[in-house]
Design a protein around this ligand. Structure first.
Ligand code: CA
Length: 234
């Protein structure tokens, strides 16, 4: 079972403590932010889902959801709204929440919603494999690795494609070198760290507009890499 970290944005200490305890009992990692400023900082962690209270001391949770969507973050957001008026709910979903619960809620229902959102997120990630990615007019078929719109190469190698797939399914996450090598290579113990660097360099040469100043295949010093998807061409 994959491990999930939940960012819990909730300013009521007793509610936050109760949720943290119960989510941890379910096997989730929980990081707690009592306000939006802390939530923004904690987004640097490897977060799988956000439980987001609406009324917070330094702003409105809906604005935070909106910010995240504008950064194209695909993290599921479960919003906790105090009032169950239709207006609040519609506004919450429009701001980018995936689901909502009205306070007070049943713990079982919260856990059920979180489970469903994470399962759907995993399914979405797998769907990425069926799609294609475009980097500034260079199109990659993610099933075959065929590249069109570029004169540089006709197809990605098997490793290049697996590496690009691994990155594209985990946008914005801090990806540790060992995890990448475990996932991409059949015999990771025989792979040198430098080999991974060389493959990332090849992806940069293929897809970064400026190889010397990468914007998509970023180095996280002392850890690994972070992938930032190219701007959508829709
Ligand atoms: Ca609150």
């Amino acid at each position: 079972m994959p491990s999930y970290n939940i960012l819990l944005v909730e300013d009521e200490d007793n509610v936050a403590a109760m949720l943290k305890l119960n989510l941890e009992a379910e096997g989730y990692g929980v990081v707690h932010a009592p306000n939006l400023a802390a939530a923004r900082t904690l987004m640097a962690e490897d977060i799988s889902l956000i439980v987001l209270d609406v009324m917070l001391p330094d702003g409105n949770g809906m604005d935070f959801a909106d910010e995240l969507r504008q950064q194209s973050l695909r993290l599921p957001i479960l919003m906790l709204t105090a009032k169950d008026t239709t207006g609040d709910i519609v506004e919450g979903l429009e701001s980018g929440a995936d689901d909502y619960l009205c306070k007070p809620f049943q713990l079982d229902e919260l856990l059920g919603r979180i489970f469903a959102l994470l399962r759907r997120q995993d399914w979405d990630k797998r769907q990425v494999e069926l799609e294609h990615i475009s980097f500034y007019g260079i199109d990659i078929d993610m099933r075959s690795g065929l590249i069109s719109g570029s004169s540089q190469a006709a197809a990605l190698t098997d490793i290049e494609l697996k590496l690009l797939r691994y990155f594209s399914q985990r946008p914005y996450e801090e990806l540790k070198r060992d995890d990448i090598m475990q996932a991409v290579w059949d015999a990771p113990s025989t792979v040198k760290s430098r080999t991974l660097d060389n493959f990332v360099l090849r992806l940069r040469k293929l897809f970064e507009p400026d190889v010397g100043n990468p914007q998509h295949f970023l180095t996280v010093y002392g850890s690994g890499y972070r992938y930032v998807p190219p701007p959508s061409e829709e």
